[in-house]
Design a binder for this molecule. Structure first.
Ligand SMILES: [Zn+2]
Length: 245
């Protein structure tokens, strides 16, 4: 592999690395998830390199012996401002980045596009964060091939009635009919299922612009957050922050 690589990247997390340096986790459409060091990133000019949630073109250097990437240069095309000024919005962006960093993808290009669009939508309208979040989780499931069947119960193969409420099967990790379920924690109401069927296959921005009334938006939002915790198959640190709003 080339030692010098140019790639687009979204910065998912930033942390200290020794006294002088920073380490970042980035999502690249070419390389997927990458941990990289910014040497001297805590002092001088390099502090501005690769800020959290930014979208940039980065120059990476790959050291094959140490199996280590470092960021040498970068130019950001998107640096969030509204997101960082609003706490609920910051938590939302952190949640998007955490779920992506914990669910390795075979489709880094599509995941990169989705996250870029979601952060851009959030920056443009923090007030729409709940429907942006619902559309984001739903699209992420579709990209990863884990979107469930919303027409037939996957356990007993029965076709759902239009106004049927769905429950959840933990062993199969999927919504199912009431008699096949073992959990009443994740309940999909008929209105929320209609929303998911309606927006399935839409591109992210179109789906995120579908406006729901307040109660319906809250229902689908909480449902998708619960579902996200199952989908990620690991504890999401940012989920409790988000649920406190
Ligand atoms: Zn069933």
């Amino acid at each position: 592999m080339d030692r010098n690589i140019q790639t687009q990247a979204i910065v998912l997390s930033v942390r200290k690395y020794g006294e002088l340096h920073k380490a970042v986790t980035i999502l690249s459409p070419d390389l997927g998830l990458v941990d990289a060091i910014i040497f001297g990133g805590r002092k001088g000019k390099k502090t501005a390199l690769a800020p959290l949630f930014s979208i940039s073109t980065l120059q990476l250097y790959h050291n094959p012996l140490k199996k280590e990437y470092s960021v040498t240069e970068g130019e950001s095309s998107f640096i969030p401002q509204a997101i960082t000024e609003d706490l609920a919005c910051t938590y939302t962006a952190s949640f998007f980045c955490e779920i992506i960093s914990k669910t390795p993808t075979d489709e880094p290009e599509q995941t990169f596009s989705l996250l870029s669009e979601a952060l851009t939508a959030l920056e443009a309208d923090c007030g729409a964060r709940k429907r942006i979040t619902a559309a984001f989780i739903w699209k992420l499931m579709q990209i990863s091939g884990t979107a469930p069947d919303l027409e037939y119960c996957p356990v007993c193969d029965r076709k759902y009635a239009d106004d049927e409420t769905l429950f959840f099967s933990n062993p199969m990790n999927t919504p199912c009919c009431k008699s096949c379920s073992d959990s009443e924690y994740i309940v999909l109401m008929p209105g929320s299922r209609r929303y998911l069927r309606y927006t399935m296959g839409m591109d992210f921005c179109t789906a995120a612009s579908v406006v729901l009334n307040h109660a319906a938006e809250q229902r689908i939002y909480l449902y998708m957050l619960r579902w996200a915790s199952v989908f990620a198959q690991t504890q999401l640190r940012t989920l409790n922050d988000l649920l406190s709003f």
